[in-house]
Structure formats: C-alpha cells, structure tokens
Design a protein around this ligand. Structure first.
Ligand code: MG
Length: 213
C-alpha cells in the first residue's frame, strides 16, 4: 500500500538533545536537556518521524573517532527507546575542511550544516514531507539547513544566536521544554491533531529511568 510521505521533527543534537559542552563524545559528558523526551513524545504522537541531524566535525578534527560517536549514538538511541519514543534515524556529518585525515577532509561537504544534505537524504530514505516538517536547532546553521532543504517550520533555541534579517519566521525559544506546544500547534494547523491529547507532560515512566546509562 502506498503511504503518504510523513512529516518529521528534525533535531540537532548538542544544544537540543543534550547540553552542548563542545565536541561531546562520552556518555559521562552527555547531559540530557529537560523536556527533550516530552517534545519527542508529543511530536511522535502527532505523526512526526524523529530524525537527528548532527554535524560531527570532531571526528574529522581527530578529537574522537567514528566508533566513539557510534557508541554514544547507541546509548542515546537506547534511552529514547526506554522513554517510549524510538528515533527513526540519526544522520551525522564527520567532515571538516581542515581534517588531517584525507577521508574526512572536504572543503564544503553537502551534509555539513548549514548545507541541507542530511535532511535531503532523510527525506529520500524515510519518505518525508519536508514542507510539513520542523527543524529544531540552537545555531543559525541549523535553521539555515532546514530552510535550504525546504523544511516548513524552523525553531531556534537559546538567545545566543543572532539571526540575519529576513529570518523573522524562525520561532525563538529559551529552552527545549518550550518547544512541544509549538509542535502541537503546528500539527493542529496542518489538521493532524485528531483530537488527541496535544502536549504530553512528564509521564510516570520517566522517573524510573536512570539518567546515567
Ligand atoms: Mg547544536
């Protein structure tokens, strides 16, 4: 049966899922941001695929390895599963223009945000409807990638980033915990709320899950 392309919630990683400490590569340094699982539950409950798109130039820069990244990603994905909201996909871009390792050296890789390559790959591989999708990031490069890909709704977390003129459509939020209501409103405007519970608040299961793996 042919299914309709789905909308997705695209999430940057550092600064959206976990605290951005700069080149986070170990689970000891992976501190979950409050509200991320409620946001994921709200979005998934409203029919959004959950897709992480993360620049990982720390691999290309030699700060950590691809294996380190994959181990941390497995840890991250297990926690989303434990929270009842499995991620549909995680895309990462290890390239950097000045990598000392030739295989990671690229002057302007199409997957490296602000370029839209990771989002476009997800669209094709997961059959996503980008116009009905949303991108949540904490850097201008995140919303630029979303805009370049044609993602319909863009959100920027934190007050630290200056948006260039002409980006007035980007929603600004102080913290991740504030984003779920926006996603619910987006789905409602798209006619997909189905009368179900809109914003999911902390469920009892959350407390039983250890924050440390
Ligand atoms: Mg970030």
């Amino acid at each position: 049966m042919q299914t309709q392309p789905r909308p997705a919630l695209f999430l940057d990683r550092d600064g959206v899922i976990n605290v951005d400490r700069g080149y986070v590569s170990r689970r000891e340094d992976f501190e979950w941001l409050p509200g991320i699982f409620d946001l994921a539950r709200t979005a998934q409950g409203l029919g959004f695929a959950l897709v992480v798109v993360t620049n990982q130039s720390g691999i290309g820069r030699g700060y950590y390895t691809e294996q380190d990244f994959q181990a941390l990603t497995a840890y991250m994905r297990e926690r989303f599963v434990a929270e009842g909201v499995p991620l549909d996909a995680v895309y990462h871009c290890p390239f950097h223009p000045e990598s000392e390792q030739a295989k990671y050296r690229h002057p302007d890789h199409p997957w490296r945000k602000p370029r839209p390559g990771m989002i476009l790959a997800a669209r094709d591989e997961l059959r996503l409807d980008l116009a009905r999708s949303a991108m949540v990031g904490d850097r201008v490069s995140d919303v630029e990638a979303g805009a370049s890909a044609g993602v319909g709704a863009l959100a920027l977390i934190g007050a630290g980033e200056q948006l260039p003129q002409g980006w007035e459509d980007v929603e600004r939020f102080d913290q991740v915990a504030d984003v779920a209501g926006w996603i619910a409103g987006l789905a409602k405007r798209q006619g997909r709320d189905d009368g179900r519970a809109i914003v999911v608040t902390a469920s009892p299961s959350v407390a039983s899950v250890s924050p440390k793996g």
